[in-house]
Each structure stands twice: as C-alpha cells, then as structure tokens.
Design a protein around this ligand. Structure first.
Ligand SMILES: [Zn+2]
Length: 226
C-alpha cells in the first residue's frame, strides 16, 4: 500500500519556537505552543485563542478537540487521487458517472473544492500535495508525480473508456506552479498523453482557491495545449 500520509511541504519548515511563559501551567504553555504553529497565528493571537478556550464551556472546547482528533484519525488521502477521503476512494473517484479519461492536476485538495464549485468539470483529479520548489528543496519525489504516472500507466489496461487520455494542468499561476506545469508537460507528453492547461483568465501570481467561479469556469472551458 502506497504511503497515504504525505508530509506537507510547509510541515518541513522549522518549527517556530514558542518560549514557555514561566507564570502559566504546563498545559497552557503546550496549548499556546500548538496554536502558535498554526498558519497566520502569531504569539498574540495564540494567547487570545488560548484564553478564549479557557473561558469556553467545557463541552464546546472538548468538541473542538474531538473534531481535531477525528479528522486526524478518520480522514485519509484517497489512494488514487490524494483528495481527502473518509473511506477508501474519495467521492469523486468513486463516482462512475464522472469521465475517468480526463484527469485535472491540482496542487492541493482546496483547489478541488474551488473547481467543483463551478460545476464545469466532470473528470477526475490528481492532487500533487504541493508543487516543485527548487528553492525550498521540493523535488518531484516530494509530491505525487510518480503516483500520477503509475495511475496513467495502470489506466491504460482498463476496459471501457477508463484509460486516461487527457491531463489538464491546473496549478496556481505562480512561478513555482508554472515550473511544475513545464516539468509535468514534458514528462507526460513523452508518454503520449494530451496535456492541456487552464486558460490565462486567472491573474498571474494568484491562487486557484480564491478565483471566482466565473473566472474558473472560463479557464476550464478555454484550456489549451501547453
Ligand atoms: Zn480520489
């Protein structure tokens, strides 16, 4: 079974230290340290959240702790596309009505939610779990490139229309997203796959997950070969 838990590129960055405050009990210091590791949460915000949790009803605070426990113990990555999944295959991969011959490559599961909200795409996805970033030391083996190639290879032997014939590159229009697209294009074209990418209605340097539905829908319809 292939490794389902893929370390997020961000997770490899050094932990930001949170020096324990001598006046606080150990449990409060641990809560502060945990909160301060969340994105966008600095020391002050961590203290604000921690004191809110301390004042909160026990039921509410424990429901939050249980929700965190549950997502970390029950939600996995789909073994086919790496989208989040409660069971085995994710809901998209398990849907026989979707077009299994077209696969859209995206950076993260949140991009899938953005594309799905347009209702314009009926194929499958492949979540890279990051993008190539030579400066941060993220190479092809740190994202799910090998799994994508394997998936395409395995699909070729399947009956019906399930062989993957088109891959749509839908990475963020950033320097790293473009570099990743170029790499994937070369790799996939060499294997005889038709590769298209989203039209450039998306603002350069933007993030897929923040694009409006209309812009995303245009980008899907106007996709072209790389
Ligand atoms: Zn899936």
């Amino acid at each position: 079974m292939m490794a389902r838990k893929i370390a997020n590129a961000a997770g490899r960055k050094a932990d930001r230290g949170f020096a324990p405050r001598p006046g606080y009990p150990d449990s409060v210091n641990r809560l502060l340290a945990g909160l301060a590791k969340l994105p966008g949460i600095g020391r002050r915000s961590a203290e604000r959240l921690a004191f809110h949790i301390l004042k909160q009803d026990a039921d509410e605070a424990l429901a939050l702790a249980k929700a965190i426990h549950d997502v970390k113990t029950t939600v996995q990555h789909c073994p086919a596309c790496f989208n989040f999944a409660d069971g085995d295959l994710c809901a998209v991969c398990a849907d026989p009505k979707r077009d299994h011959s077209v696969v859209m490559v995206i950076e993260q599961p949140r991009d899938l939610i953005a594309i799905e909200s347009t209702g314009m795409f009926r194929g499958l996805y492949h979540v890279l779990m990051g993008r190539l970033s030579p400066l941060e030391g993220v190479g092809p083996s740190d994202i799910t490139v090998a799994q994508l190639l394997k998936r395409i290879e395995l699909s070729a032997g399947q009956p019906g229309d399930n062989a993957i014939t088109e891959v749509i590159l839908a990475l963020n229009p950033t320097l790293e997203g473009d570099g990743t697209s170029l790499y994937l294009n070369e790799t996939l074209v060499a294997r005889g796959i038709t590769v298209t990418r989203l039209a450039r209605g998306l603002p350069a340097g933007g993030q897929l997950e923040f694009a409006t539905k209309a812009v995303l829908a245009d980008a899907i319809q106007g996709r072209r070969t790389v």
